[in-house]
Design a protein around this ligand. Structure first.
Ligand SMILES: *Cc1c(COP(=O)(O)O)cnc(C)c1O
Length: 386
């Protein structure tokens, strides 16, 4: 199985593609639920000793993630934020400076606050659609690490990853992309010049809201060595049971992403024509200010839509009264979700910080699931028109 195959094929043949031999020829990689391995009972070229350091179940899935991300290697972490933490542990030293896109996951900002207070990490933020602003920060500061998401969430801005990668290389910064929303199925940050592709597998990648996990992949041999060292040293690796749970969603990821996208586009277009909706942001819409850039770096626009409604009352009514759209945090699951970002996912942002990324009290974020599209439109319609 050395031939290079398309992502759908790799994911459909997950366990063979993982390249870890199971002695019984299991067709799905078994859960090696053990803390330790007997050193005297192993004779192969690969010896396992302790599951924190290495485990066949995890190694198999890490090999698959490395392949589909276009990386040399990958590490599965216990949570998505664990992948962010492992990135910081691998790359940052006390006193370093980091530059982050201003519309970044709230949990990442919360972690950065701790790094700032306890490790004297200077945190700069910028709107990465403004390349001059980014370059001026890079020019006047020694930035060790640049971290962005694209699309951003909930603003759904598209960051030109190739352009940022070029800036990062020019100014000697490490560039990491949080790819949780687009997924590796849609875009490949490593191929666009990033040093790290990281994502929460809690969202689309596992796809069923049934497990928490993360991945950090790289194509740089020295960074990979550090990554593996710190995954073990800081105890970041994912347990075999959760690795297994993540693996169950993978073969259907391409199918699911295409279904999420198809439904999201129809719903976004329907919302655009609704008189009580004042703005619809979805990268797959022609009206998205960076639709062309999105098309050039993404294969799939995923299923998250951000809309502004005519009033705060209507936004609250929609969240409270939809039947199929549950008021739950997170996105990328089979069931559709709705939330007011300022209340849930971005509750730690001040009103000014939210305004800077275009979010108001009448903004709602929708995660379009895998239900029948007409059922979803009817659900929204009944509340909006009721
Ligand atoms: C959810 C999320 C995370 C954190 O992942 P967990 O699995 O919840 O720890 C990080 N980044 C982004 C963009 C996310 O959406």
């Amino acid at each position: 199985m050395n031939k290079e195959r398309a992502v759908e094929t790799v994911l459909a043949h997950l366990s063979e593609q993982g390249g870890v031999k199971d002695p019984f020829g299991a067709t799905h990689m078994p859960i090696y639920q053990t803390a330790t391995f007997d050193l005297k009972k192993q004779s192969g070229e690969k010896i396992y000793d302790y599951t924190r350091s290495d485990n066949p179940t995890r190694e198999s899935l890490e090999n698959v993630f490395a392949k589909v991300c276009g990386g040399l290697g990958a590490v599965c972490t216990h949570t998505g934020l664990g992948a962010v933490a492992l990135l910081f542990e691998t790359v940052l030293k006390a006193g370093d400076q980091i530059l982050v896109e201003n519309d970044t996951y709230g949990g990442t900002f919360r972690m950065l606050k701790v790094y700032k207070e306890r490790m004297n990490i200077a945190v700069h933020t910028a709107d990465f659609c403004n390349h001059e602003a980014v370059e001026s920060i890079l020019k006047s500061n020694k930035i060790r690490l640049i971290l962005v998401e694209s699309p951003t969430n909930p603003g759904l801005k598209i960051i030109d990853l190739k352009a940022v990668a070029k800036l990062a290389r020019t100014y000697g910064s490490i560039f990491a992309v949080d790819n949780s929303l687009a997924t590796f199925y849609s875009q490949k940050p490593l191929e666009l010049g990033a040093h790290f592709d990281l994502f929460s597998t809690t969202k689309y990648v596992s796809g069923h809201g049934s497990v928490i996990g993360g991945v950090l992949a790289t194509n740089d041999p020295a960074l990979l060595k550090d990554l593996r060292y710190f995954a073990n040293a800081e105890g970041r690796s994912q347990n075999p049971l959760d690795v297994h749970a993540v693996s169950l969603g993978l073969p259907t990821l391409p199918l699911r992403m295409n279904a999420h996208q198809e439904s999201a586009l129809k719903i976004a277009q329907w919302l655009e024509n609704h008189p009580k909706v004042t703005r619809v942001v979805y990268p797959g819409l022609k009206s998205h200010p960076q639709h062309e850039l999105a098309k050039s770096q993404m294969k799939n626009f995923a299923g998250v839509i951000t809309v502004d409604l005519e009033s705060v009352e209507l936004a609250e009514k929609l969240v409270a009264n939809c039947e199929l759209f549950g008021e739950k945090c997170s996105f990328g699951t089979a069931d559709s979700r709705i939330e007011i970002p300022g209340k849930i996912s971005h509750a730690s942002f001040t009103a000014e910080e939210l305004a800077a990324i275009g979010i108001t009290a009448s903004t709602v974020r929708l995660s379009i699931g895998l239900e029948n599209t007409n059922d979803l439109i009817e659900d929204l319609s009944e509340v909006l028109n009721g």
